[in-house]
Design a protein around this ligand. Structure first.
Ligand SMILES: NC(=O)C1=CN([C@@H]2O[C@H](COP(=O)(O)OP(=O)(O)OC[C@H]3O[C@@H](n4cnc5c(N)ncnc54)[C@H](O)[C@@H]3O)[C@@H](O)[C@H]2O)C=CC1
Ligand SMILES: O=C(O)C1=N[C@H](C(=O)O)C[C@H](O)C1
Length: 234
C-alpha cells in the first residue's frame, strides 16, 4: 500500500516505522510549508497534523479521490463539513480521537459503566486527562469522546466543561506534564467510596498501529467510518 503521511511529527514518524514493518511504502511526507504536492500518488493518506490544517488536508484527499484516515484532534467544528464532502465525492474517511485498541475497548467499558451508574445519583463523575506539554488542544479528543459516551448513557449529564463544575456538566481536568503519551481517568465518587477506570498509554505505538490498520481496512471501501467498524467492537 502506498501511504501519504500528512504531518510528519511524533505520530507521523511512529506511523512510518510501523507501516514499513508491515510492508507498506511511504510515498509522501507532508509537513508545514509543503504546499505543492500530488496526493494522487498515494493509495491512502494518514493525517496526524495540527488542528488548524486538518480539515484542509482531509478535503484535499477527498477532492482527489484518496481515502483518508485522520487522527488529528481539535478540528471537530468542521467534522460535519468533512462528512458532507466525503458523501458528495463518494470518498472514504475515518476520523478517530484515538486509534489504539486499548482505548477503543476503554470507550466501550466507559459506556457500560455509565449505564450501570445512571440510577445511582449518590455518585458524581469527574474526568482527568494528562498529556505531554506540546499538546495544542484541551481537553484531548479522547476525553471528549469519553465524555460523549457518559452523556449518552447517564441522565445526570448533558454536557461537559473544561476545568469547571456546573449542574448537569461533566467536569474535565486537563493536565500537561512532560513526556506523558496520554492518560485518561474517570472517577465515580460518593461519600463512601470511589470507582475509577483508567487507560494509560505507555508510548505512541498503539495509536500508530491502529491508524495503519485503519488505512489497510479502508482500501476499496466508500463511506464514513469509525474505529468500531475497523475493530468490529462496540
Ligand atoms: N487519534 C489518535 O489516536 C491520536 C491523535 N493524536 C493527535 O494527532 C495530532 C498530531 O500529534 P503529534 O504527531 O503528537 O504532534 P506533532 O506536533 O509532533 O506533529 C504534528 C506535525 O504536523 C505538522 N504540520 C504543521 N502544519 C502542517 C500542514 N499544513 N500539513 C501537514 N503537517 C503540518 C507540524 O509541523 C508537526 O510536525 C494531534 O492533533 C494529536 O492530538 C496524537 C496521538 C494519537
Ligand atoms: O496529542 C496527543 O499526544 C494525543 N492526542 C489524542 C487526543 O487528543 O485524545 C490521543 C492521545 O491521547 C494522544
Amino acid at each position: 500500500m502506498k501511504i501519504a503521511l500528512l504531518g510528519y511529527g511524533k505520530m507521523g514518524k511512529t506511523i512510518e516505522q510501523i507501516a514499513i514493518k508491515r510492508g507498506h511504502e511511504i510515498v509522501l511526507k507532508v509537513d508545514k510549508n509543503d504546499d505543492a504536492y500530488d496526493i494522487t500518488q498515494a493509495d491512502v493518506a494518514i493525517d496526524f497534523s495540527i488542528p488548524t490544517v486538518a480539515f484542509n488536508n482531509i478535503s484535499n484527499c477527498l477532492n482527489n479521490g484518496v481515502p483518508v484516515i485522520s487522527g488529528t484532534t481539535g478540528w471537530l467544528q468542521d467534522y460535519n463539513k468533512a462528512v458532507a464532502l466525503c458523501e458528495e465525492k463518494q470518498g472514504a474517511f475515518i476520523y478517530a480521537s484515538n486509534f489504539s485498541l486499548g482505548v477503543n475497548i476503554f470507550f466501550e467499558l466507559n459506556k457500560i459503566l455509565a449505564k450501570m451508574m445512571n440510577t445511582l445519583k449518590q455518585y458524581n463523575v469527574t474526568m482527568e486527562e494528562i498529556h505531554h506539554t506540546q499538546k495544542l488542544d484541551a481537553p484531548s479528543g479522547t476525553a471528549i469522546t469519553l465524555a460523549e459516551g457518559i452523556i449518552e448513557n447517564h441522565s445526570g449529564y448533558d454536557n461537559w466543561k473544561l476545568d469547571e463544575a456546573a449542574e448537569k456538566s461533566l467536569p474535565i481536568v486537563a493536565k500537561r506534564i512532560e513526556d506523558v503519551p496520554g492518560t485518561h481517568t474517570i472517577n465515580y465518587e460518593s461519600e463512601v467510596d470511589t470507582i475509577t477506570i483508567e487507560h494509560t498509554a505507555h508510548n505512541r505505538q498503539g495509536f500508530a498501529l491502529g491508524a495503519v490498520i485503519a488505512a489497510e481496512w479502508i482500501i476499496g471501501k466508500k463511506g464514513i467510518f469509525n474505529m468500531n467498524d475497523v475493530l468490529n467492537i462496540g
